[in-house]
Design a binder for this molecule. Structure first.
Ligand code: DI6
Ligand code: FE
Length: 419
């Protein structure tokens, strides 16, 4: 089932526009990870069959490519297409009513305990027809795309029944088929305990393992399995049972870990060779070390931090010291991060978490691709990778994380094709 995204990538590259060379631009290749922008001034980028066939200083362009049609970068900067590696973009409705309640002092946990929060979006998502859910979700994904996103991860987790979880994931897959964007999906059945299982979380986890996951695997609907490990959600023991089932099904794992408290979730997902531990405000150094050993990416979600007025900052210095790759994502969701701009998430990561602007761009490109297990395919401008690229009318790469205002590229290219 994990093969699906690669099939999509191949399908995308096969039917590409003719071979071209992009010139009159600078490139931030992000090929060094977060160490630098991998800048190439006055660059040329050769795109053949949807992939990057050559990239370097224009004056070094090999003669064989000089007769290709050119595309004018108008003096802008080409970066890898942005990768939003953590979203809940498929859901129904809004929660501005809860936002108002929180402004008057009610906490997120209190709202959740009263049956609001995630469960109010569950009610709306269950009630939505598949076409209605698709229409609402499509508008969000299109907004992300207009801000430079070429790959987006989308989770389930607002259905919490086999019928509604598969509905969400089918909608996510369909958006990937219909729109010029790569979509990776994660099964987040263990997001909250649904009302009909109130007080019976273990029974609900058993349903996730015995009924939902097999149905999802049968239809090839998920690329990974995610869970919310928290006192108000699922315990490490419950998450571990789910990860065992994911492993048996051959699916990658990732985890909402240490968002509101330290549950040892990051160490747990690292023990399963997980792709990422996400949120991680309350992560301790032992968890950081476990992630470093396993190669698990730390996904920073400053939108949720901002929106919940969290004050505990993720342990950025420890993550750097241990060499844990850091990604930045929107966490786009109605409860804790109603945000649809990756450059805005980058700005918040710099201002709130003190990432450097290089780290923010690496977090939105190459490290985000690693968090999805697709860094061999996208996330940096390197020969052999898909030509997923965005052109920005900016003077310096740091302009992308500098502005608070959401930014839009002038050209967006997916698998070599202007989209
Ligand atoms: N952590 C979050 O921030 C989102 N899910 C999660 O596990 C919040 C989801 C929501 O409130 O709807
Ligand atoms: Fe999330």
């Amino acid at each position: 089932m994990r093969r699906r995204a690669d099939d999509k990538a191949n399908a995308m590259t096969e039917g590409s526009d003719s071979d071209v060379v992009w010139t009159n631009l600078h490139a931030a290749t992000m090929s060094d990870g977060a160490q630098s922008y991998g800048e190439i001034r006055d660059a040329a980028i050769v795109v053949q069959s949807g992939r990057i066939a050559w990239i370097g200083p224009r004056r070094e362009l090999p003669p064989a490519f000089r007769s290709l049609d050119t595309r004018d970068g108008k003096g802008g900067w080409m970066t890898p297409g942005l990768v939003d590696c953590h979203t809940h973009a498929v859901h129904a409705g809004s929660r501005s009513d809860e936002f108002e309640a929180r402004l008057s002092g009610v906490t997120y946990e209190e709202i959740a305990r009263r049956g609001g929060g995630i469960l109010s979006t569950v009610r709306a998502t269950r009630a939505a027809t598949e076409p209605d859910l698709a229409a609402q979700s499509r508008a969000r994904v299109e907004r992300l795309m207009s801000g430079g996103v070429t790959t987006v991860e989308i989770k389930s987790g607002y259905g919490l029944s086999t019928e509604s979880e598969t509905k969400m994931l089918r909608v996510a897959r369909r958006l990937g088929d219909e729109l010029p964007v790569r979509v990776k999906t994660s099964f987040l059945g263990a997001h909250a305990v649904p009302p009909e299982f109130s007080g019976r979380a273990d029974d609900y986890v058993a349903l996730c393992i015995e009924e939902m996951l097999p149905a999802i695997v049968r239809e090839g609907l998920a690329d990974a399995v995610d869970a919310f490990c928290e006192t108000i959600a699922f315990s490490p023991r419950q998450v571990e049972a789910l990860f065992e089932a994911a492993r048996a099904a051959g699916l990658a794992v990732k985890l909402h870990a240490e968002q509101l408290s330290d549950q040892g979730g990051a160490a747990l997902v690292a023990r399963y060779g997980g792709l990422s531990a996400d949120h991680i405000e309350y992560l301790d150094e032992a968890g950081v070390a476990a992630m470093a050993t396993a190669g698990t990416v730390g996904v920073l979600l400053p939108g949720a931090f901002y929106f919940l007025r969290e004050t505990k900052v993720p342990p950025i210095a420890e993550l750097r010291r241990h060499g844990v790759p850091m990604a930045v994502a929107t966490d786009s969701n109605p409860g804790t991060s109603p945000m649809l701009s990756m450059t805005q998430a980058m700005n918040m990561a710099c201002v709130l978490f003190r990432l450097t602007s290089q780290e923010a761009l690496a977090g939105a490109t190459i490290n985000a691709a690693r968090a999805l297990g697709i860094a061999h395919e996208t996330g940096s401008l390197e020969v052999g990778k898909a030509a997923d690229m965005v052109l920005w009318d900016i003077a310096r790469p740091a302009d992308l994380s500098y502005a608070i205002t959401p930014q839009q590229p002038t050209v967006r290219i997916v698998a070599g094709r202007v989209a």
